[in-house]
Design a protein around this ligand. Structure first.
Ligand code: SF4
Length: 452
């Protein structure tokens, strides 16, 4: 049974992206205790010292108007040194918490624009983080780059210090779309950076694309996918544009009339999906495509894909330390977020304090539901709950799952329910039926972007 556009539109509604559970708007900030969260970190490291590290580098030279990230726009590069100093100090403060030296499994530099920073500052950062610590045998260092600020020297230095995966922001190659989102980026510059990274030994090239941007059309998406065919990245993150003007003022520079309709958005996704499949890509979960040999494809097939605040990942380390302004740490399902405002972040670190502003300590029920939701989001398999959920929630789940089956979104495979290939686009909708916070508290206005 194929899924019609009408059926997909029927499920369009504001929903969480489930990069964590509970989702951030439902965190219980009032009862959060940073010391208890750090206690989980200490306890977990006693048995296994593996840690994954995310470092947020928030600066960008110019503002892309569609952007919903936590970023700071400036052309003043004197901000680099004090910011890197603060991250290294924050890392030192974390090490004081650790019962034994960490084994580093992953480092991911995200932003903002990590390549806003000079190659020498990035090298100072990574040298300071790694120090004399052990690296896991399967370690991976990865970085998000903007081709407009990424130089060959950046690639040389990153390759020398162990980076092997590069994630290139593209969004769209259509000049009209680039103009309205204020992100003028040539195909040639993008291609040169990717080719040079491959030449320098980067084994994984990811690109980020977005559908549903202002002025985008099915035709303009075809233009972009033909350009992608020339680049053949290993992975493509193909995100639905999240229209959240209440949160991101830059998005008010265009109106809703400039945005494609839900129908057009779905057509864009389906058109790109068809072309990418012909090129040999597989759709991975909700919004990724990858070549058969990529580790993400293998993780999808072996049902070992994971999801964290950066989105889908092959990283299974249960301890994620987030460094930098706004970063979120995940200590075995307990969350701690740093101050978002750069000055506040710098001030706390300077005062010798870990700059944690808020977070959430998960209950046993939270962990149980998180398990259901992450299984849906990362494997497309649905576990039928038989446990501690309330009778009314179980009835609601049963009804919703039946609707998904009737609409061709889920299908029985033996004893369990599995999402259909086109139903993968609606994984957020399936996951949401298990969300007890949504079930009992409901949605408030302007909480989440739309699911399609
Ligand atoms: S999309 Fe990236 S480069 Fe553009 S403003 Fe946002 S964080 Fe900066």
């Amino acid at each position: 049974m194929s899924l019609s556009i009408e059926t997909i539109i029927k499920y369009e509604r504001p929903l969480p992206r489930y990069t964590s559970y509970p989702t951030v708007p439902f965190w219980d900030a009032e009862h959060f205790d940073a010391e208890k969260a750090l206690g989980v970190l200490r306890q977990s490291m006693l048995t296994k010292p593996d840690v994954s590290i995310y470092i947020h580098l928030p600066y960008c030279e110019s503002l892309c108007t569609f952007c919903g990230c936590n970023r700071r726009i400036t052309k003043n590069h004197t901000v680099e040194q004090p910011y890197i100093d603060a991250i290294l100090e924050e890392w030192r403060l974390y090490q004081l918490q650790m019962p034994q030296p960490p084994v580093i499994t992953h480092i991911h530099l995200g932003g903002g624009t990590p390549t806003f920073f000079s190659p020498s500052e990035l090298k100072r950062l990574i040298d300071g983080i790694v120090g004399r610590h052990k690296l896991s045998p399967i370690y991976e260092f990865s970085i998000e780059v903007h081709p407009n600020t990424c130089t060959y020297e950046h690639i040389d230095v990153l390759a020398d210090i162990g980076f092997r995966r590069i994630s290139v922001g593209i969004q769209d190659f259509d000049p009209r779309v680039q103009y309205i989102i204020n992100r003028n980026q040539t195909f040639e510059k993008t291609r040169d950076i990717i080719e040079y990274a491959r030449f320098k030994g980067f084994a994984g090239v990811n690109v980020d694309l977005v559908y549903g941007l202002p002025l985008q059309t099915v035709e303009s998406i075809k233009h972009t996918t033909e350009k992608i065919a020339e680049l053949m990245p290993d992975r493509i993150a193909y995100y639905a544009y999240a229209h959240v003007p209440w949160k991101s003022k830059a998005q008010r520079r265009y109106t809703e009339a400039d945005l494609p309709s839900a129908r057009e958005k779905i057509q864009m996704f389906l058109s790109a999906r068809e072309r990418l499949k012909k090129l040999g890509y597989e759709q991975i979960a909700m919004d990724h495509f990858a070549l058969p040999n990529d580790s993400m494809t293998k993780a999808w097939h072996s049902k070992s894909l994971h999801r964290n605040f950066m989105g889908y990942t092959t990283d299974s380390t249960p301890l994620l330390i987030g460094l930098g302004a706004s970063s979120i740490s995940d200590f075995n399902g307990n969350f701690a977020q740093n101050y978002k405002e750069v000055e506040k972040y710098l001030g706390e670190v300077k005062a010798g304090k870990l700059p944690i502003e808020r977070g959430h300590l998960s209950s046993e029920m939270d962990k149980l539901i998180a398990d259901y939701i992450m299984q849906v989001m990362c494997t497309g398999m649905v576990k039928i709950p038989t446990d501690a959920l309330s009778k009314e929630h179980l009835e609601f789940i049963a009804n919703q799952l039946q609707n998904f089956i009737e609409d061709g979104i889920l299908t029985w495979e033996g004893e369990s329910l599995q999402v259909t290939e086109l139903g993968q686009l609606l994984l957020r909708n399936i996951a949401a039926v298990f969300d007890t916070y949504l079930f009992y508290k409901g949605l408030k206005e302007n909480m989440f972007s739309k699911s399609v």
